[in-house]
Design a protein around this ligand. Structure first.
Ligand code: PLP
Length: 412
């Protein structure tokens, strides 16, 4: 009899039957408060009626219309809609299925457009598991273990992770930018550097926001050296941080934005947005894939964008995010094992540390499992998996945040 790979064995297995809003219901009828949102994907909640209806209607009409052969309406409609929420400079879109594929598409475009080989990524960044994306991922050795040789031409600069360095945000930012300049001087000359790939908030790396000065520093250096600034908004886009884009918090203008996850409420869809001028520099045949821009996914994405707008989900993410962060802070204040609580919108991370300030993976995982037994689904992240993160659907209500905080307080 076939069995699941051991990699899919979970410590606290939940076999889900169906989902509704912020809740998942397992096959035994137990209700789980889903503060994972399928790793930040089900932005409009599980099975939002308008998303379900849009997908159902589309399935009856056209499931797959391969986009280098024919064009279909949902893809055109989605492109038009994304144009209303993207920075106006980024008026050209290309689609794929997963975040990793979007990362690779941007990497190809950046290298082709600049004719430079190198990319700089930021320590603790996560960009995916395909080999190129894993080569650009530094949020844990587990993501690239055993798959070497990795892609050449990737260099790593520090991210201003103030808590990790034990500094204030300003000092961490100054350090990160100084080290980036040093990197240009020592291992990746600007004339060899195609792009900087950075997340507005380190996601898998531990839910670490940065500040305006850091992104202004990146923009200034990118402009000075003709390097592209690529913002990986795979986890932070579509209202997740309490503004439409994560980079809206820093008032920075990107050259390429990567989108996925919350875009289509759970249907596989990703993309890259750039200016027409930049996108035109991609070489024919180098971009694309059989399933990119799937018609049902695009229809679900159109409905998702409508729901985000009509239900004020960006504003809700900001308000509920504040409530969640404040509540998590209250719990942290009473808990010596918690070193830091941080976040932006509905990305809230609690970092567990020992009395000596060392990463405390065991406690983080014990808390995660205890929460799951109490009906609250959570994930860990960070290089040491010692950060417990809360990333609920953007439709979460004040009462549901209180419910999660009650369980959180008890299990912690
Ligand atoms: N980029 C970021 C910032 C992510 O958080 C992720 C996934 O978590 C990816 C890229 C990779 O996306 P996928 O798992 O869809 O390939």
């Amino acid at each position: 009899m076939a069995q699941l790979s051991p990699l899919l064995k979970q410590a606290t297995p939940v076999v889900v039957d169906h989902g509704e809003g912020v809740y998942l219901y397992d096959v035994d009828g137990k209700r789980h408060l889903d503060f994972t949102a399928g790793i930040g994907v089900t932005s409009t909640g599980h099975c939002h009626p308008r998303v379900v209806e849009a997908a159902r209607e589309q399935i009856g009409k056209l499931v797959h219309g391969q986009y280098t052969t024919v064009m279909h309406k949902p893809l055109l409609e989605l492109t038009e809609k994304l144009g209303t929420v993207l920075p106006s400079r980024l008026d050209s879109l290309f689609y794929a299925n997963s975040g990793s594929e979007a990362v690779e598409a941007a990497l190809r475009l950046a290298r082709q457009a600049t004719k430079r080989p190198n990319v700089i990524v930021f320590q603790g960044g996560f960009h995916g598991r395909t080999v190129a994306a894993a080569s650009m991922t530094t949020s844990g050795t587990r993501f690239s273990a055993g798959i070497s040789p990795l892609m050449a031409g990737v260099h790593v600069a520090p991210f201003p992770y103030a808590y990790h360095y034990g500094w204030d945000q300003d000092t961490a930012t100054k350090f990160a930018l100084r080290e980036l300049d040093y990197l240009f001087q020592t291992v990746s000359a600007p004339s060899e550097t195609a792009a900087l790939f950075v997340e507005p908030v380190l996601g898998e790396g531990g839910y670490v926001p940065a500040n305006t000065e850091f992104f202004a520093g990146l923009r200034e250096r990118a402009d000075r050296h003709g390097i592209l600034l690529v913002l990986d908004e795979v986890q932070t886009g579509f209202g997740r941080t309490g503004k439409f884009w994560g980079h809206d918090h820093y008032d920075v203008s990107p050259d390429i934005v990567l989108i996925a996850k919350g875009l289509a409420s759970g249907f596989p869809l990703s993309g890259i947005a750039a200016s027409q001028e930049l996108m035109a520099k991609a070489l024919p045949g180098s971009q694309g894939g059989t399933y990119g821009g799937n018609a049902v996914s695009c229809a679900a994405a159109v409905a998702t964008l409508d729901v985000i707008r009509d239900e004020g989900l960006v504003e809700n993410a900001a308000e509920r995010g504040r409530q969640l962060l404040e509540g998590a802070q209250v719990v942290a204040d009473k808990t010596p094992a918690i070193g830091d609580v941080r976040g932006l919108g509905l990305l809230v991370g609690t970092e567990f540390t020992t009395a000596d300030g060392e990463p405390d993976t065991a406690t983080a995982q014990a808390v995660q499992h205890a929460a799951a037994r109490s009906g609250l689904l959570l994930l860990t992240c960070g290089a040491y998996s010692n950060v417990v993160r809360m990333v609920p659907p953007l439709v979460v209500t004040s009462d549901q945040v209180d419910e999660a905080l009650r369980i959180w307080g008890d299990v912690v």
